[in-house]
Design a protein around this ligand. Sequence first.
Ligand SMILES: [Zn+2]
Length: 231
Amino acid sequence: MLRHSEFHRSHRIGWLRAAVLGANDGIVSTASLVIGVAVAGASHDTILITGVAGLVSGAMSMAAGEYVSVSSQADTEAADLARERLELATDHDSELKELTGIYVGRGLTPPLAYQVAVQLTEYDALGAHARDELGIIETMNARPVQAALASAATFAVGAALPLFVTLFASETNTVTYVAGMSLAFLASLGALAAKAGGANVWIGTARVAFWGALAMLATAGVGSLFGVTVA
Ligand SMILES: [Zn+2]
């Protein structure tokens, strides 16, 4: 069978988008946390401990959220497939009519649509209905544990970046270094995601950097309020 080597970006976009979002979250939330506490006048050790606690709690909450959402997706898929299996076993004719209708809707002539539906039903009835009626494709098969681990890992990697900067920065320039380096990390991530997705790199970079800067400014504002109150 002839295969032409055509590359579609959507093949890797799902995985990349999740990784970039996770790392983004890690950078923005940890950098903002560190900056807020630093502006409030906390000691270097306190800032570091806060950052590490932010990394761990953020990674755990990402993992928990991802696990719950992907598991419920898996539950929904399994329930849909079980109902479909039952309908195929009890009502073969109207299921065949339904599949034919789907192919007519996609542009096939009714006789050809019927022929395709008959052949695909003979080949793998549940697979054909899952894919063409329910939109459940093999690759989307929910893997909650994998998704949770990937989400926690990308968050932790993102969060580790501003933490490393904090580790090596002195108390006086923690805020400047963490803000500057975190914006650079965010801009590079935004550019990478935009490039990989075939989108405009400048827009992608500006978008991520803008929201990151806004988050850091917000926590610096809160931190300065607390700083004044503490002094
Ligand atoms: Zn069906």
